[in-house]
Write a protein that binds this ligand. Structure first.
Ligand code: GLU
Length: 401
């Protein structure tokens, strides 16, 4: 018997974090690397939010422990946000604040999963969902999608995947890594299936809600289908829309017993999310929202730039997604070809490794997202760097033999 727990042997390191760390290390070592790995906005946290945090420190509000599940002021701001933007009513006792969306999702799984419980995860999925389920002792069950369907789950595929052991579906629209976002009709087709299976709970990760383009209208599952309200955990956070990834504030609204169990886990593990970050989040949710459309205009231009330039690269096919700040092109047309190092590309991992080696562009391979051969680009980076990166990808693909 080894020293490490069996559950640790079930998981692997986060690929998004690994690529981001690798790009950072190569840059520090003096290499010319363009990092398109990290899924975080390149914009700085807006000034009013920073000022609110500084004021909270000065006023002595940041020094002490807070309520484990979040300060009442932030819970109230979250309740207003859910009502205003999603037509969802949550009492303070139905809301929890955590250290990033990640902690909220993880605690919800730990609070509910028994050995053998199945969790449906439409693929491609964010790398951390399956490993969180495994850590909680459950079984991740990918539900396949196709590029032709815009990486959106068909209701028939969902219906087929549900078993008596299904506890949750983790739903993420707009999606990390594909940027795919379900229209009202597409979401309705999914929620119609879920209504017929009352034992399936819905974990809706709405982190990219505000990052949608071309007049796309966002709906959260419990908003569109009130019959799902009692069994939905609506998860969100300030990281992406408010450029606050480093502050680590995520939150959720859901059934009171679940929220209570999640708070109990926090009370025995991390205690409260950082006090100063919570005060910053109050300002984010209650303060001016006008920078969001300004950022989105820039993100949309970058999306269009990436899609157009990647589709001109030999062997790459890149669909145009509705939201988030990712594109997820297939590199199927490059598999079997030979890179400048002499390495034959057999997998998308080979593709991204050789791309980094030859051109200094860091992207994340598709395999850990559950759909290959492909790779994820985060276009939340300076437009000039992005253009240069896409030109390098074109050159890399053009030089493959
Ligand atoms: N969600 C971001 C990403 O996918 C941040 C890194 C992570 O937590 O995975 O890149």
């Amino acid at each position: 018997m080894g020293f490490l727990a069996d559950r640790i042997l079930r998981i692997k390191p986060s690929a998004t974090i690994a690529v981001t760390d690798k790009a950072r290390a190569l840059k520090a070592a003096g290499r010319d690397v363009i990092g398109l790995g990290a899924g975080e906005p390149d914009f700085d946290t807006p000034e009013n939010i920073k000022e609110a945090a500084i004021k909270a420190i000065r006023d002595g509000k940041a020094s002490k422990y807070t309520a484990v599940d979040g300060i009442p002021e932030l819970k109230a701001a979250i309740a207003r946000k859910f009502k205003r933007e999603n037509e969802l009513s949550y009492k303070p006792s139905q809301i929890i604040v955590g250290t990033g969306g990640k902690q909220v999702l993880y605690n919800a799984l730990v609070a509910t999963i028994n050995p053998g419980d199945e969790v449906l995860i439409p693929a491609p999925y964010w790398v951390s969902y399956p490993d969180m389920v495994l850590l909680a002792g459950g079984e991740p069950v990918p539900v396949a999608t196709t590029m032709e369907s815009g990486f959106k789950m068909k209701p028939e595929a969902l219906e087929r995947a549900i078993t008596p052991k299904t506890k949750w579906i983790i739903f993420n629209s707009p999606s990390n890594p594909t940027g795919a976002a379900y229209t009202r009709a597409e979401l309705k087709a999914v929620t119609d299936v879920l209504v017929r299976h009352p034992h399936v709970h819905v974990m809706s990760d709405d982190m990219y809600e505000h990052l949608v383009y071309d007049d796309f209208e966002f709906f959260s599952p419990a908003q569109l289908e009130p019959q799902l309200y009692e069994r939905t955990l609506t998860v969100n956070g300030v990281s992406k829309a408010y450029c606050m990834t480093g502050w680590r504030i995520g939150y959720a609204g859901g059934p009171e017993p679940l929220i209570k169990a999640m708070a109990m886990i926090q009370s025995q593990s991390t205690s409260n999310p950082t006090a100063v970050a919570q005060w910053a989040a109050v300002e984010a949710l209650d303060g001016p929202q006008d920078f969001i459309p300004k950022h989105n205009k820039i993100f949309k231009e970058r999306r269009d730039l990436c899609v157009s330039m990647l589709n001109q690269a030999n062997g790459i096919r890149c669909p145009k997604p509705e939201g988030a700040f990712y594109v997820y092109p297939s590199c199927g047309g490059t598999i079997g070809k030979v890179a400048p190092t002499g390495k034959k590309l057999a997998t998308d991992e080979d593709f991204v490794t050789e791309l980094l080696e030859a051109e200094g562009v860091a992207v994340v391979q598709g395999a850990p997202f559950g759909w290959s051969p492909a790779f994820r680009i985060s276009y939340a980076t300076a437009t000039t760097a992005l253009e240069e990166a896409c030109a390098r990808i074109q050159r890399f693909c053009g030089n493959l033999k």
